[in-house]
Design a protein around this ligand. Structure first.
Ligand SMILES: [Zn+2]
Ligand SMILES: [Zn+2]
Length: 246
């Protein structure tokens, strides 16, 4: 019975591909049946982040020394999050893919990262979290785009682990519009984020173990500011997951 279902699925897939041929979203060549969104060559250009990485901020660290250590930046800056996970490097072609997701509103392209999300080391840890919290967008931007990609990723993570029963809760809100952090200098970044985020209802994070989710981690200051707000509200632990990291 199961194999009949599988056969039918692949039959429908083939039929659909014949009726609606698809092209690679990056180089434009026609895709073969097994490929979705990307051709094999473009898919191979996506660089996963491999161990060893800093336990705290997930930046790759030199492959010698202690595997379980933190980078020099985290040792001096002491970020508010406890541990970080990131799936791929925020370089081309990942930059182009996220540009299409965000500015051409092609939310379905997040599927490109689904397998990596399923296979990442985050799932092993997820039992330990009470809540999954997406990094919020300000209201006008979310309305304009039609979605918050961080919330879509968080929902997907919840679906992958539906058995473990954890929930996505939008604890955080964005109170003002900010400039892209990566375009600012350090002091301007701090000013830009000051007062930008808040808790929806005081005490929602109290004694909770939280996984904070965002699409891209560039300077880390947005993630750090969100972790700070959650800790100030009494969160026991705040880890983060970013799909892409610069
Ligand atoms: Zn291609
Ligand atoms: Zn670090």
């Amino acid at each position: 019975m199961f194999s009949l279902k599988t056969d039918l699925n692949s039959y429908w897939r083939s039929l659909l591909r014949i009726l609606y041929p698809a092209n690679c979203i990056l180089c434009g060549i026609p895709l073969v049946l097994e490929e979705t969104h990307l051709c094999e060559i473009c898919a191979k250009r996506i660089e996963p982040i491999k161990a060893p990485t800093c336990l705290r901020c997930a930046t790759p660290i030199p492959p010698y020394g202690n595997r379980y250590s933190t980078c020099s930046n985290c040792r001096s800056e002491r970020p508010h999050y406890d541990r970080g996970f990131a799936l791929v490097r925020y370089e081309d072609p990942v930059k182009t893919i996220f540009h299409q997701i965000k500015f051409e509103k092609k939310i379905w392209l997040l599927n490109i990262f689904s397998k990596l999300l399923e296979r990442s080391s985050v799932p092993a840890e997820t039992n330990g979290y009470d809540l999954i919290v997406p990094v919020p967008l300000d209201r006008s931007r979310e309305r304009n785009r039609g979605f918050n990609q961080a919330a879509v990723i968080a929902q997907r993570l919840v679906r992958i682990h539906s058995a473990s029963g954890f929930r996505m809760v939008k604890i955080l809100k964005k109170k003002k519009r900010t400039l892209p952090q990566s375009q600012l200098r350090r002091q301007d970044r701090l000013n830009n984020l000051a007062g930008a985020f808040g808790i929806r209802k005081q005490g929602m994070a109290r004694n909770k173990r939280i996984l904070l989710v965002d699409d891209i981690f560039t300077t880390g200051s947005t993630m750090n500011e969100c972790a700070k707000i959650l800790k100030e509200d009494g969160a026991e632990r705040v880890d983060f997951l970013a799909v892409a990291r610069s």
